[in-house]
Write a new protein. Structure first.
Ligand SMILES: [Zn+2]
Length: 181
């Protein structure tokens, strides 16, 4: 469980399930958002208990089973609300920081990324070695290209990218991937 702090927000990565999906706990001193509880609910709930912060919100970057499977169990254990259908520009306040929703389709139609100050939780859109698959239902190479071009334009080099699978990396590295499309 590695964690990093960004202007008052901690991002903690928990690897869950057989596809080694990254679940993220994103929290200030007293509020928490759980992103992509994709399996291993006990592991996630134990980590939440360790943090001593009660999560208010569960968000899924998209609705593939490996990103949503523990939604209900985490909800039942914590009382957090599952936020669905978040649109571009929606903002969630967390302490002095915030999470801003970016619609980033391509891997699926409903794919979103969450932008905080200094970090981006990108789901299955952008990984250190490549972009997400576009051949699954709802995937689109055309939309992926648009999304990657947008990220390349809007996300500065020093921003830390937290992908849906694998290790975090800097956008500087991510930009090389964006050019591969
Ligand atoms: Zn996926």
């Amino acid at each position: 469980m590695k964690e990093e702090k960004f202007n008052g927000i901690t991002v903690k990565r928990i690897v869950v399930g057989s596809l080694e999906t990254n679940c993220y706990l994103v929290f200030s001193d007293d509020e928490m958002v759980v992103v992509d509880p994709g399996g291993d609910s006990k592991k996630i709930i134990d980590e939440i208990k360790n943090s001593k912060i009660v999560p208010n919100i569960i968000i899924n970057t998209h609705h593939h089973p490996d990103h949503v499977s523990a939604n209900e169990k985490v909800k039942d254990a914590t009382g957090a609300e599952i936020f669905e259908g978040l649109r571009e520009g929606y903002e969630i306040n967390l302490g002095n920081n915030k999470l801003k929703v970016m619609e980033t389709p391509g891997h699926t139609k409903d794919s979103i990324s969450l932008l905080g100050e200094g970090f981006l939780i990108s789901g299955d859109v952008l990984f250190s070695e490549g972009h997400g698959r576009t051949d699954l239902p709802g995937g689109s190479g055309e939309e992926m290209t648009k999304t990657l071009n947008r990220l390349r334009r809007e996300i500065p080099d020093e921003v830390t990218i937290y992908p849906g699978h694998g290790e975090p990396f800097k956008m500087k590295e991510g930009k090389k991937v964006c050019f591969l499309m």
